[in-house]
Unconditional design. Structure first.
Length: 587
């Protein structure tokens, strides 16, 4: 099995990419030719939508190739320059598309009612209704054009963070528990945190955060600039807050975000019980932050070669049916995945692609059980894309991030249940329960803490507060202490964790992990029930793309996130998992 991705089906080489790059301005001009004619007739507006899609589809294909190559090696100037050249061109072309939404909004109400009832616009009715919902927040054409021209500049803080964090920041070398000197990287830091040797964990923790401490003011500047961008744009567009603007495209009520924080904050006792169990099992007087990932079964250690991980994931996902298994197999035959960690390669893992490409996956695989779960997680994203692209036309194929985390987390839960059924080894079963508890800890409790921190810094920025490194560190440490219920004597360096979280640049993204897991726990149970109707509803969810609002898509699948039950059930499930783990460990 070749463990690097194959990008040639996207573009056979850089010259083919350049050919499409040179076509992009003409596609923008074709779309721009509709300017001033949207109100002429329903057919004229439909034609403009179609040419807008042609331009966007080409731009996305170009961007997909450029950013995947750039992420293969973030230090490669040629690849980075190609991506920069494209983003620069898109910024220059933005005036040719920024007129569209204001002109749609300028169509008088009576004409628009006629248009919405016309068969020519039946396909685009959902998009028109979404645009009209945001009518009060669309600016004049010159103002929208200005925002478009500034898009590349406004994204500079996030790009600076990415280059600094992934390419320029060097953590140096550190000895592992066997005395072997290793380069400390984003990718293998988790391996050090998994170590059963506490001194190794502590040294890796201190080494990593010493790198961030030396650049804390630079990281604060990039985060401050990003948050202020969100705050200022929300004010300019007449939203009551940056949160309101971030939630509006998905039509998610603000109560969903705030209720999540409230629900988790109100159920921290179960989390504290898990931390106490972890302390007891490790035999530590007081836990520290670098004690949260090490396995609780000290003699249990299992590594998985990638081929073995693939077979485990395939077996776990068989309950999703033959069609799902067939499309899953294509991921490995067609080489969607870049597996090994390399110097300069972007850290972490993600699923990325476009309508005209495979749904590619970037991994940094290190053979741990966690890496097997990461494989299942990212395949959840990619198979979601495969189903949506197969079922939906381009215009409605790109599902929202809000539902993306549901598919990926459902896969993780199915993998957990599969592995639990496969083994009678008490140590392995306990290790699996620890993994599940840690996944819920990291996905619901930790991501909700991130969501509260993100909300807080946006509100501070909106009130005129400068987000200095001192303020960010102080508030992050305080919130970290609250969520961990006083059960952790946290090393002060954890106050710098905000500096290494890329998701804080994504504009209220992290809460979707927590709501996604809450939904996934229920959906996985439905799938494993064996009820074919439940499986059909789930496959319908995977195939829905953006054909409905996310809340409605999930409601059709069997989860209503406007109600408190899904989050409450997830927290109760966590408490039950901890109780079962405590019983199995005799604690």
């Amino acid at each position: 099995m070749d463990n690097t991705w194959d990008l040639t089906p996207l573009y056979r080489d850089a010259a083919a990419w350049r050919h499409d790059f040179d076509r992009l301005p003409a596609a923008a001009e074709t779309f721009a030719a509709h300017r001033g004619h949207l109100a002429d007739s329903p057919a004229a507006l439909a034609a403009a939508f179609a040419d807008a899609d042609e331009f966007s589809r080409l731009a996305e294909k170009l961007y997909c190739y450029a950013h995947l190559l750039s992420d293969e090696n973030t230090a490669d100037n040629t690849n980075r320059s190609r991506l920069d050249e494209l983003t620069g061109l898109l910024a220059r072309l933005s005036p040719l598309e920024s007129w569209f939404e204001p002109e749609v909004m300028a169509i008088d109400d009576e004409t628009m009612r006629t248009f919405l009832a016309s068969p020519e616009l039946d396909f685009y009715r959902r998009s028109l209704e979404e645009l009209l919902r945001a009518k009060n927040h669309i600016l004049s054409e010159p103002e929208e054009r200005l925002f478009g021209q500034l898009s590349d500049v406004l994204g500079a803080p996030e790009k600076t963070f990415s280059i600094l964090n992934d390419a320029d920041l060097d953590f140096g070398k550190i000895r592992d528990e066997h005395g072997k000197l290793k380069q400390l990287t984003h990718g293998n830091y988790r391996n050090f945190m998994d170590s059963s040797d506490r001194d190794t964990r502590r040294r890796a923790f201190k080494k990593l955060y010493s790198g961030y401490r030396g650049l804390r003011n630079t990281f604060a500047a990039t985060l401050d600039a990003t948050v202020r961008h969100h705050v200022v744009e929300a004010k300019i567009r007449r939203y009551p807050s940056a949160l309101a603007q971030a939630l509006e495209p998905d039509n998610v009520p603000e109560t969903v975000y705030r209720s999540l924080i409230e629900a988790v904050r109100s159920n921290l006792d179960g989390f504290a019980d898990y931390l106490e169990l972890r302390r007891e099992v490790l035999g530590i007087e007081k836990l520290d932050m670098y004690d949260l990932y090490t396995p609780l079964i000290p003699d249990f250690r299992r590594e998985y070669e990638f081929d073995e991980a693939v077979e485990l994931v395939k077996g776990a996902l068989k309950p999703l049916g033959e069609l799902y298994s067939e499309r899953l197999g294509a991921a490995f035959i067609q080489r969607w995945i870049d597996v090994p960690e390399r110097k300069g390669k972007r850290s972490g893992a993600y699923s990325g692609g476009c309508y005209d490409s495979y749904p590619y996956i970037l991994l940094n695989y290190n053979r741990t059980l966690n890496d097997v779960f990461t494989l299942a997680h990212e395949l959840g994203h990619s198979l979601h894309s495969a189903f949506s692209n197969a079922a939906q036309p381009y215009h409605y194929a790109d599902y929202r991030i809000f539902v993306a985390e549901v598919a990926s987390t459902t896969n993780e839960i199915l993998l957990f249940e599969h592995l639990l059924k496969q083994s009678s080894d008490p140590d392995f079963r306990a290790a699996l329960r620890v993994h599940l508890a840690d996944e819920i800890r990291g996905t619901i409790f930790r991501q909700t803490m991130f969501a509260e921190f993100e909300l807080m810094i946006h509100e501070l920025a909106a009130s005129g507060e400068a987000l200095s490194a001192d303020l960010l560190s102080r508030e992050y440490y305080r919130l970290n202490d609250i969520y961990h219920g006083g059960k952790i004597a946290a090393d002060r360096d954890i106050e710098l964790e905000w500096a290494r979280i890329p998701h804080f640049y994504y504009n209220f993204y992290v809460y979707k992990y927590a709501t996604g897991m809450s939904a996934a726990l229920r959906l996985a149970g439905n799938i494993l029930s064996g009820n074919p109707g439940m499986l059909d509803r789930y496959l319908g969810f995977l195939s829905a793309g953006d054909s409905k609002d996310v809340i409605d898509i999930l409601r059709d699948a069997g989860v209503d996130l406007t109600r408190p039950e899904p989050v409450a059930e997830a927290l109760a499930f966590f408490n039950t998992t901890v109780s079962e783990l405590r019983r199995e460990l005799g604690k």
